[in-house]
Every structure is written in C-alpha cells, then in structure tokens.
Design a protein around this ligand. Structure first.
Ligand code: 3PG
Length: 306
C-alpha cells in the first residue's frame, strides 16, 4: 500500500518523520509531495496511491478521478471545505479529518493577532490591553474552547455564540453563552471567528453584523476567508475608522484592504494558525494512524462523508 503525503504547505520535518514511522511500521510505503505548486503534479502523484494525507490541499472530482486506487483521504486538520465530499462518496473514497489536533496552535495565533491589533500593529504608539475587555468567540468548537482557556489567563470577559453547541456546554467552561450572533458582536470588543466555511456561513460576516461592534472593535479571523463578506467589510472599515481587522487567511481583496486600511488591517502572507511543529506532529501522526486503522481494521471514526 502506498500512502501519499501531499502538502503544498509542508509539515515540519519532525512531523513527516513521525508520519513515516507510523506508515512504515504498518508495512506501507510513504510517498512525499511537498510544495508542489501546480495541480498537475498532484494529479500525477495520486495515480497509484491507496491513501492521501492533505492539509488545505484541494481534493476535487478531478483529483479523485486521477486516483484510481484511492480508498481514503485524511485532512490533517479541522476544516474539510477543500475536499469535495460528494465526489469522494461517488468514488467510494472515505474522507476524515483530525479534529482537535491543531486547535491549540490556531488559538494561540488568534491571541498573537489580538495583541498585535490592540497594540496598534506594534507601531510605537500607546495601545490598549486585553485584560478586562469582552471577547466574543464565534463558534465554540475545538479552537473556540482553546481560545476561551487562554482568554482566562489574559483576564478577559468571555462570551460565545454557537448555533449548534448547547448553552450549558458553553457555560460549563465559564463562558457566557449569548442568545444570538447579533448579541455577540454588539457585546464584544474583540470577536474571534471559529466558524467553518459552509454554504450557510459563506459571506455571513457582513456589514450589519460587524457594525454592531462597540467603538474600537477588533475582528480576528483564523477561520476561513470565505466567511467574510469582503465588499461589506471594506465598506464598513471605510465608514468606521475605529475598527480593525486582523486575519490569518489573506482576503481575495488583500491589496485593497492593505492600501485603504494601513495600521488597522493585517494579514499573514500564508495561513499560519496550524503551522507549529506540535500541531504538525499531532495532526500528521493522527492522520497516519487513522489511515492505518481504516486500511487494516476498517475503522471509520472521524469519517466526514456519508
Ligand atoms: C484547519 O482547518 O485545520 C486549519 O485551518 C489549518 O489548516 P492548514 O493545515 O492548511 O494550515
């Protein structure tokens, strides 16, 4: 059996070594395709493999068509909006993610970006502190929970909204569960996004919602660019010079944001949330173990397609 690790944004070497150990211990062969850039290289690499480990790499119908032996794709990470689930099911390919394995890394980066924003992008002027401020966690999944844990150390007042998580679960973590997404934005000085990219969430972070934020509000995005209504956010940042936007996912209209909102907009050049050795090791090795479990014992835990 051949297991391909196809990561345009490579894992840390130590994580690749760990993945290799798992794969080889199971008697399988590891094939590595990193920084491949063009899709053609991925199409060539998947031809004769039985399993693939990916990150944000796109696995669509074309890739699945090319992968004649493929049985399983594991997205080493949380969001699987980069995989065409229906096409995978049609090709009889199991798709899994590795929930929770990189959440601390993403949550820590959210705080790195928050501090950067409230300290005026480190431009030498007096900023403000996070202590005593109201933090809104938009969606209380694995990353949201880690954000709540870290926010306690900062001395923030923590609020959360999650359309699918019961209020009692949120409040058990010492977080105030608000009744609506509108209330979250109207209440909080800083809102940190942790929603997945789905047809329902697409462009849901719009003018009306973000405009509810109090003066000097900061919106932090370590989730997905697709959830932002970019035209609305540009319009709003023009209307309200007090707001800031910091993101780990470069917007499609990055040049416009950078040009118009210097000093209150920041984007990482490449998504960095899960880019730590620890997250790479945790998610990568979990992915390798899930593949071995699936191929050897038919274990489908963490399967995300029907
Ligand atoms: C995730 O969904 O797990 C994160 O967004 C990290 O994505 P990455 O593995 O592409 O960095």
């Amino acid at each position: 059996m051949k297991i391909l690790v196809a990561t345009d944004k490579p894992f840390a070497k130590v994580a690749v070594d760990g993945i290799r150990k798992e794969i080889e211990a199971a008697g399988y062969e590891l094939v590595l395709l990193e920084k491949y850039g063009e899709k053609a290289k991925l199409l060539e690499a998947v031809k004769d493999v039985d399993a693939v480990i990916i990150r944000s790499d796109v696995v669509d119908a074309e890739v699945l068509d090319a992968a004649k032996q493929l049985k399983i794709v594991v997205r080493a990470g949380a969001g699987y909006d980069n995989v065409d689930l229906a096409a995978a099911t049609a090709h009889n390919v199991c798709v899994m993610n590795t929930p929770g394995q990189n959440s601390n890394a993403v949550a820590e980066l959210a705080f790195g970006m928050m501090v950067m924003a409230v300290r005026n992008m480190y431009n030498g002027t007096s900023g403000t502190e996070l202590k005593g401020k109201k933090l809104g966690i938009h969606a209380f999944g694995n990353v949201g929970r880690n954000v709540a844990r870290i926010a306690k150390g900062f001395g923030m007042e923590i609020y959360a909204y999650d359309a699918f998580c019961p209020k009692e679960v949120i409040e058990k973590d010492g977080v105030k569960a608000v009744d609506s997404v509108e209330e979250l934005y109207a209440t909080c000085n800083v809102v940190s996004l942790h929603i997945p990219a789905t047809p329902e969430t697409k462009e849901s972070i719009n003018y009306d919602l973000v405009n509810r934020m109090p003066k000097n509000g900061v919106l932090v995005n370590t989730a997905r660019k697709e959830v932002i209504h970019e035209a609305d956010l540009i319009r709003l940042l023009n209307d309200r010079a007090d707001l800031k936007y910091v993101t780990d996912i470069m917007p499609a209209h990055h040049a416009e944001f950078a040009e118009q909102f210097a000093g209150r907009y920041f984007s990482t050049p490449k998504k960095m949330g899960a880019q730590t050795a620890e997250a790479n090791i945790n998610a990568g090795i979990a992915a390798a173990k899930q593949i071995v479990g699936f191929l050897k014992d038919g274990c489908e835990k963490f399967r995300v397609n029907k």
